[in-house]
Design a protein around this ligand. Structure first.
Ligand SMILES: [Zn+2]
Length: 361
């Protein structure tokens, strides 16, 4: 693939410049939703939205990045690569189709090298109905003190307790407890919040503006950090509905996995972003996947996230410790090799092309 490295960026600020420049050069209409806080380099943070095609399109494909902040290093690059690719633009523009690129759903986490928002919220657990009693993740209650430990590196006691939990209840139970989402430990991991967070509210506004009259809505939400290195798992991103699953597999192939039937590497989750899509676009036939690219072994990703949450609570720490933890966060969610970048770009171009073919049917 030509131009393999140039869509990728070394910081949120650089990624944003590349995205805005690519969208401007391609003549897309751009709208930026500014975040109330500043980034790590003092830069403006924003969810930037670029529309390709007509405003009143009956069929729309959304390609979104940075739901989990730091995972935007991958998602931003594939958006930039797509927008720079004239043959993709031509292919996607035929038949009056629209493509909406949503850049950096969680710009604060992207800039600050965190997975969560500035509210310590996991955006992909935040789309629940807050007027009702929130789901209780009893498994997380048991391991909350392991997920955000008192010391870093981990003490032998914490390691032994985690190993004991896994030996007693199994690794899958540990992962479900840790990553399924929880609403009762505001400083913990995979915290879904107590109210819609900033990114949630902005995404809903974007959908109201662009997708209220769409009849067919396709979605690819780019993630990293789960599964074999460089493999893009296509995870069913919708409610537990056999018809929707069959339609999703007809778009993206039989390899589409689902956490409802255990075929996905992902644990069952609550409050996913697709709940917001369904809320805001009830008129649309919605078909979506999370495209999740593997990076490091899961244990290393978990350790990086645990260290990050520990670091976030420290009022003072050695700069060398902080910078090592941030570096380990980057490595947990982005693989800086030509092979990985090529794998990511190739698989995203393929998934995007499949969506366009399906939307034209
Ligand atoms: Zn993610």
């Amino acid at each position: 693939m030509k131009d393999l490295h140039s869509p990728f960026a070394g910081s949120y600020a650089e990624a944003r410049v590349k995205f805005l420049r690519a969208a401007t050069d391609a003549g897309l209409s751009i709208r930026s939703h500014e975040h109330p806080e500043r980034g790590r380099e003092g830069e403006t943070l924003a969810i930037d939205v670029a529309l390709q095609g007509p405003k009143d399109a009956a069929a729309m494909l959304v390609i979104s990045s940075g739901c989990h902040g730091i995972e935007g290093f991958c998602g931003s690059a594939v958006q930039v690569a797509l927008i720079r690719d004239q043959s993709w633009l031509d292919q996607a523009s035929a038949n009056g189709l629209a493509v909406l690129y949503i850049h950096a759903l969680n710009p604060h986490g992207f800039s600050w090298l965190r997975r969560v928002t500035h509210e310590n919220v996991d955006l992909n657990r935040n789309f629940v109905d807050f007027s009702r009693e929130l789901p209780r993740n009893l498994g997380y209650d048991d391991i909350a003190h392991l997920a955000v430990p008192p010391d870093w590196p981990l003490s032998e006691a914490v390691i032994a307790e985690a190993q004991r939990y896994i030996a007693d209840r199994g690794f899958a139970a540990f992962i479900a407890a840790l990553s399924g989402g929880q609403y009762h430990h505001p400083q913990g991991q995979m915290y879904g919040g107590q109210q819609p967070c900033w990114s949630n509210l902005v995404l809903r506004q974007v959908l109201r503006e662009h997708a209220r009259d769409v009849e067919q809505l396709g979605w690819i939400d780019i993630h990293t950090g789960l599964g074999p290195c460089g493999h893009g798992e296509r995870i069913f991103f919708n409610q537990n509905d056999a018809t929707a699953l069959a339609r999703t597999r007809s778009w993206w192939g039989p390899a589409v996995t689902s956490y409802y039937d255990g075929s996905s590497d992902s644990a069952p989750l609550s409050g996913n972003l697709w709940c917001g899509i369904r809320d805001e676009c009830p008129q649309a036939e919605y078909t979506g996947i999370a495209l999740e690219f593997g990076t490091l072994h899961y244990e290393k990703v978990m350790l990086a996230l645990t260290a990050d949450h520990w670091l976030h609570l420290q009022t003072a720490t050695y700069p060398s410790v902080a910078s090592r933890i941030r570096q380990e966060m980057i490595e947990a969610f982005f693989v800086d090799t030509a092979e990985w970048k090529e794998a990511v770009l190739t698989q995203t171009f393929c998934a995007a092309a499949q969506a366009v073919v399906a939307l034209r049917r």
